[in-house]
Design a binder for this molecule. Structure first.
Ligand SMILES: O=P(O)(O)O[C@H]1O[C@H](CO)[C@@H](O)[C@H]1O
Length: 213
C-alpha cells in the first residue's frame, strides 16, 4: 500500500481495514505492516525500529474495531483469537535479518498501541500508556492486523520511532514552541531519512518469507 486510511480522517475502522480485506480477496497470505510511532520505552531513540511482539488495543477496549456490526464470513469468523497475532515464525526470520544486517543496536521488540489521534499525546496520556506496558504509540496498524488475523493472514509489523513521547512538561518559549512537543514535520523527516534503510530491511523480510511459500 502507498499510505493508508486513518480513523482521524473520519473513516470508520472498517474502512481503514478495508484494504486488508481486499488483499484477502486477491489471495494475499502475509501482511507486513509498518508505522511511524512515538517511543514510550525509555530505551528507544529516534530512528530506532520496534518489532511488534504484540499490540494493546486501546480503541478496541472502548468498543471500536473494524469488525463491529454484521459479520461478513468471507472475511473470517465472528469470534477469533488474538493471542498470537504477530507470527512467531516471521519474527524469527526477522530476528535473523536484524543480525545479518547488523541492526541489533537499533532494533527492539515491544508492544504498540493505536490511539484515535490526530493530536499527539498529553504527558498524562504518555505516562498512562507506559504504565500499561506500551512501548510505542501511533494511530494505525492495530485495526489492520485485527482484520488480517480475522481472515487468516499472517502478520508482521514494526514501528519506526520517529519521536520520543515526553513524560515531562516542557517550558514554552516566547515563540510558543516547546522543547518537549512533537510535530509532524519531525515525524515525516525521520521517515524520509530512514527510507533507504527500511526498504532494504523490508526487501529482506519479503525474500525470507517467500522462501516458505
Ligand atoms: O501510522 P502511520 O500511518 O505510519 O502514521 C503515523 O504518523 C501520523 C502522525 O504523525 C499518524 O498517521 C500516525 O498513525
Amino acid at each position: 500500500m502507498q499510505g493508508r486510511f486513518h480513523y482521524y480522517e473520519g473513516y470508520p475502522l472498517s474502512i481503514c481495514a478495508m484494504p486488508v480485506r481486499l488483499m484477502k480477496l486477491l489471495g494475499v497470505s502475509y501482511l507486513i505492516a509498518s508505522n511511524a510511532a512515538g517511543g514510550l520505552n525509555p530505551k528507544y531513540k529516534v530512528g530506532d525500529i520496534m518489532l511488534q511482539k504484540d499490540h494493546f488495543n486501546i480503541m478496541g477496549l472502548a468498543g471500536l474495531g473494524p469488525h463491529i456490526g454484521p459479520n461478513d464470513s468471507r472475511f473470517g469468523p465472528r469470534f477469533f483469537p488474538m493471542t498470537n497475532a504477530y507470527d512467531e515464525s516471521i519474527l524469527n526470520k526477522v530476528r535473523q535479518i536484524v543480525k545479518d544486517l547488523k541492526m541489533e543496536n537499533k532494533v527492539h521488540e515491544g508492544v504498540y498501541t493505536c490511539v484515535g489521534g490526530p493530536n499527539y499525546e498529553t504527558v498524562a496520556d504518555v505516562r498512562a500508556l507506559i504504565s500499561l506496558g506500551v512501548d510505542s504509540v501511533g494511530m494505525s496498524t492495530v485495526h489492520e492486523v485485527i482484520a488480517a488475523r480475522q481472515c487468516g493472514i499472517r502478520c508482521f509489523a514494526f514501528s519506526l520511532i520517529t519521536n520520543i513521547c515526553s513524560t515531562e512538561y516542557g517550558t514554552t518559549t516566547e515563540d510558543h514552541s516547546c522543547s518537549t512537543e512533537v510535530h509532524s514535520e519531525e515525524v515525516l523527516k525521520v521517515g524520509k531519512d530512514m527510507e533507504d534503510e527500511l526498504r532494504i530491511f523490508v526487501e529482506e523480510i519479503v525474500e525470507a518469507i517467500s522462501q516458505d511459500t
